[in-house]
Design a protein around this ligand. Structure first.
Ligand code: NI
Length: 172
């Protein structure tokens, strides 16, 4: 049975699927198109600016993003097997994630990146991005490698978040 949109949920930390490296997409078939459509739907429903397949429990190297998920004229971009081929300069910004509930923190990343991948039809797609889009791309590609933004903060801050989360989970 194909997973329908209704069954798709966003996995949250500390689910192990978020700590697992996703494998490269080898075939672009109907199943993959369904996954992409479902991911776009989930991203807009959240709403979020980006989503990686790990976050819906699928270990395939696929990300979707849209800088303006709330606006009319939404324009989602799909990247299959994305790779950061260049990253330069630094930018520090507050990040959050649909998979890390009730938390945000400052993360340092490259302020300019060049990313290569494939679009949903298998054509090469190279993206040069800066600032917010560069941050989004690094954040989503991190997900495919089993890395969350909280892996980029100090171990003390991460420990405090884990404690807070344990408390929250106990209360629900
Ligand atoms: Ni995220």
């Amino acid at each position: 049975m194909k997973p329908g949109i209704k069954e798709m949920k966003i996995y949250t930390y500390p689910d192990p699927v978020l700590k697992t490296q996703a494998g490269p997409v080898k075939v672009i078939d109907e199943e993959l198109q369904d996954l992409i459509d479902d991911m776009i739907h989930v991203m807009y429903s959240a709403p979020g600016v980006g989503l990686a397949a790990n976050q819906v429990g699928v270990l395939k190297r696929v990300i979707v993003f849209d800088r303006h998920p709330r606006e009319k004229g939404r324009d989602p971009t799909v990247l299959i097997n994305p790779e950061i081929v260049l990253g330069e300069d630094e930018i520090k910004s507050e990040e959050a994630c649909l998979s890390v509930i009730d938390f945000s923190a400052e993360v340092v990343r490259s302020s300019r990146v060049k990313v290569q991948g494939l679009d949903r039809h298998g054509n090469s797609l190279d993206i040069e991005a800066e600032d917010l889009l560069a941050i989004c791309l690094q954040h989503e590609i991190d997900h495919l490698d089993g890395t969350l933004f909280i892996d980029h903060i100090s171990s003390l801050k991460r420990a405090l978040y884990k404690k807070k989360l344990r408390k929250m989970l106990k209360e629900t």
